[in-house]
Design a binder for this molecule. Sequence first.
Ligand code: MAN
Ligand code: CA
Length: 271
Amino acid sequence: MSEQNLYENSEYQLKEYKQRRTNGQKPVEDGAAGTSIAKKKKVQQIIFGLLVLSLLFSLLCLIIGTVKNSMIYSEMKEQQHKLMMEISQFKSNDSAIYREMKELQDKLMMEISQLKSNVSEVQRAQSILASKLPKLKMNNHFWTPCPKNWARFNQSCYYFPSSSGNWHFAKQECSMLGSHLLVINNNAEQIFIKKLSVPKMYWIGLSDSAKERHWQWEDGTEYDSTPHFWASGEPNDAFNNEDCAHLDDKGQWNDINCSTKLNWICEKNSV
Ligand code: MAN
Ligand code: CA
């Protein structure tokens, strides 16, 4: 069959089919034209089925998504509630801690004021003890004993060597014994020494070698802070050559030439 004939045949068949349909007759489906229509119908059915399936699938996805979202939402809601609870718990805890701290602070303040009053009490007791200390020291018990052959008076030990020498030699000798030439600080000491020295003469730790008429005690005691027991008319710096002090035969002070050979008295603290 030629292409023209085939086309004309198909046209004819289509016309007949439409005629039969308008007449309410069943179309004749045998032959090549009937097979093609059936195929088209089947394809249409498949496409329709696929569309329905995809619609159903989309619907299912939507439902699943919605369910999932609502689950997440409810979970979040629960967590929010939990958080709110925790926050309110924290707030109440916080105020409890604050109260506790305040109580502690009050307690501390009280303890501090108690301590302060204790400190002032201790200070008062300390000052009372300090005022009693000199008297206690006078009692002898707290002093270390004086070395052998050294005499004690109050807090000092005194040594009267039998050797003699000039003032500087005497000074060095005392220093070698951990002491210094005698320094007379008060009347009582002068009386004590006088009893032991008279009638011999001894060097004492007083000189104006550095500056004339500027007398200095060997241990740094301020000369003007102590009483002086110069013999009448002394110190006279006889022949402008007397810069060292000594006890004369009556226990009074005289200035004399420093190179004179005399005995001396060493003194050291016994405490
Ligand atoms: C006399 C007085 C003293 C002097 C001595 C010196 O005793 O003049 O002032 O220091 O002689 O040996
Ligand atoms: Ca003199």
